[in-house]
Each structure stands twice: as C-alpha cells, then as structure tokens.
Design a protein around this ligand. Structure first.
Ligand SMILES: NC(=O)c1ccc[n+]([C@@H]2O[C@H](COP(=O)([O-])OP(=O)(O)OC[C@H]3O[C@@H](n4cnc5c(N)ncnc54)[C@H](OP(=O)(O)O)[C@@H]3O)[C@@H](O)[C@H]2O)c1
Length: 311
C-alpha cells in the first residue's frame, strides 16, 4: 500500500532465501524471485522511490534531529500513549534514543514502556514544569492545551538551551503562542504532515520511471524464463550424444589397441570437437527458438533428436 516501501522487498528476499534453504523452490521460482529482487533494487537505486520519510512518527523524530544538535545527549519527553505516540516511540526506539513517556495514568505509561519503549514518568510530575526537557513530542486528544504558554515561559526561565516542541495532536494540545517564546522551536501536525505529503508525492512521481525499468527488465526475464524451458531438452540431447560418442570412442580404441594416454587424449578431444562443432549451432538455435516462442521449430527439433520429456 505504501509506494517504495522497503519492508516488502526485504520480506520477499527472506522468503526466497528460506525456500532455497528448504529446497521448496525450483529453478523457475528462484529465477523469478532473484530477478524481481534485482529489479526492485535497481528501481530503488535509480529512482529514489524509497527515499524520504513517509511516517508521521519518523518525520517528527527526523525534524527533531535536524533542529537539535546532538539529540542523543538531550532529554526527550513523549506525552501520550496512543497510536500517534506509538509511531513516535517506535521511531525513537529504532534510532536508539532514550526518552521519557507519560500518560494520565501511570499504569498506561508503564504498559506502553514495556511494549513500545521509553521510561515511564508520572503525569503530575511533568505537569509541574517542563524545564528538565529539551524536546517534547505531544500526541494526545486532550480537549484543551496541555502545554500552555505560561508553562513553557516558566520552563524557559531556568533553561540555558532552547527547546523543541512537536505537536502531533489535531486539534492542537500545545498553545501556538508558545512558538513566540525565545528559544522555542515548534512544529505542529500540519507542518509535519506536509513534509510527509511532499515525500509521498515525490515517490508517486517516480512511478513512471519505475514502470519503465520494470518493462525493460521483464523482456529480459521472459527470454530467460523461456530458456529455462528448453534447457532440460538441450542438456538431455547433449548427454545422449555424449553417451554415443563415448561408446564409439571406446570401440575404436579397442580396435586400435591404443593405450598410450597422450594419444587416447588426442582422439578423445577430436571426437568431442567434432560433436560440439556439429551440435552447438542447432542447440543455440533451439535456445533462441525457445526465447522467441517458436513452437514449430521446437517441435521439429525435439522430433529430430527423438527427445521425449521425462515425467
Ligand atoms: N493515530 C494516528 O495515526 C495519528 C497520526 C497523526 C496525528 N494523530 C493525532 O494524534 C493525537 C492522538 O491520536 P491517537 O490516535 O494517538 O489517539 P489515541 O490512540 O486515542 O490516544 C490518545 C492519547 O491521548 C491521551 N489523552 C486523552 N485525553 C487526554 C487528556 N484530557 N489529557 C491528557 N492526555 C489525554 C491518552 O492517554 P490517557 O488517556 O492514558 O491519558 C492517549 O495517550 C490526535 O490528536 C490525533 O489527531 C494521530
């Protein structure tokens, strides 16, 4: 559902690796999957269709990274333990950030911390003041401003460094006026969502280039898949001819009474060269006929070489 989603390609890779290990996929599936993975990688590398954050949570964290120096050393607080807070927490966790999480009930904060991450902290405690924190992510459905102008003004009195506030709530739960306080950087959901939309649009615009690459590669893949059909026939014919060659060679060597290794090798090489010289062109033409779906030629060739498909 998400254009350029990375996870899907990873899942496809894992699936075929597992199938190969368990020997549940054959030559056709292996070829198809290997090629699909190669095409997927080529599409991503040459179009950048997978570039740019497209999750609200990851975008909020990215913005904090871009606006705050050395975010790892800063105190981060997440207010909220619902779905939006989960997106932020997952993104923080993925990037190894330590953060505090709070909700109106300590039980919810603790449960959230256990499942999604973060260090739980009491709601009353943080409501006393935000001066301990450098970054606030706010994702609640409170019907009033949780983060008010006065609270932040107070917090900034005791702070040497600035503070970044990212309000993911809609309607807002951080008073917009907070942005006017010196040292405050603020971003709301509309601004975060707009950046996500921009990245989505960029990805969507790459679809045509991606489709062009896919159609080019599909032709190569189709030819390759068709060759897979004929390969067992070619192999069988070569094998059959080589059995005959070896038999005739043995017979001739017996008649000659030849045992000198270097002479036997010369005769052996001679028979191989004759066989290959005669058979390689028709075999290559057979491969081409298969690629071009020339069924009449395929039928004629299999009849001429008396090839019978093994069940
Ligand atoms: N879901 C999304 O994908 C998504 C994406 C972008 C933005 N948003 C926005 O993010 C906000 C939260 O959405 P959500 O989907 O995470 O909702 P949710 O799953 O229902 O979670 C709501 C959160 O708000 C807290 N909360 C509710 N009433 C509160 C109050 N009076 N004071 C303090 N905290 C309160 C709840 O915690 P306690 O009840 O434990 O305190 C809970 O943590 C919404 O404004 C939504 O529009 C959501």
């Amino acid at each position: 559902m998400v254009v350029g989603e990375e996870q899907i390609l990873g899942q496809v890779k894992d699936a075929i690796i597992q199938a190969k290990e368990m020997r549940t996929s054959g030559e056709h599936l292996n070829t198809l999957f290997d090629k699909a993975i190669k095409i997927g990688t080529r599409v991503r590398n040459s179009t950048g269709i997978n570039k740019g954050t497209i999750s609200i949570g990851s975008m909020a964290v990215k913005l904090a990274e871009e606006n705050i120096d050395d975010l790892k050393s800063k105190k981060i607080l997440l207010i909220g333990t619902g779905e939006a807070a989960t997106l932020v927490a997952k993104s923080l966790g993925k990037r190894d950030y330590h953060f505090y999480v709070t909700s109106r009930t300590m039980e919810r904060s603790k449960a959230f911390a256990e499942t999604v991450g973060g260090e739980p902290i009491g709601f009353e405690e943080i409501m006393k003041g935000f001066s301990n924190y450098d970054v606030l992510f706010v994702a609640t459905v409170a019907p009033y401003f949780l983060v008010t102008f006065d609270r932040i003004k107070d917090a900034m009195k005791n702070k040497e460094n600035g503070m970044m506030i990212l309000d993911l709530s809609n309607p807002r739960t951080v008073d917009e006026k907070v942005a006017t306080i010196h040292g405050i950087k603020m971003m709301n959901l509309d601004q975060i969502a707009e950046m996500v939309d921009k990245n989505m649009r960029y990805r969507s615009n790459q679809k045509n280039s991606a489709e062009k690459i896919i159609s080019e590669e599909i032709q190569v893949l189709e030819a390759h898949m068709k060759r897979l059909e004929i390969e067992p026939v070619v192999k069988e014919i070569f094998k059959d001819i080589d059995v005959r060659r070896s038999k005739e060679l043995e017979k001739a060597l017996r008649m000659l009474g030849e045992t000198d290794e270097s002479k036997v090798k010369i005769i052996d090489d001679l028979t191989k060269a004759i066989v290959e010289g005669i058979i390689s062109t028709p075999m290559n033409n057979l491969r081409k006929a298969s690629e071009q779906s020339n069924d009449d030629l395929l039928k004629a060739a299999t009849k001429l070489f008396d090839y019978k498909k093994k069940e």
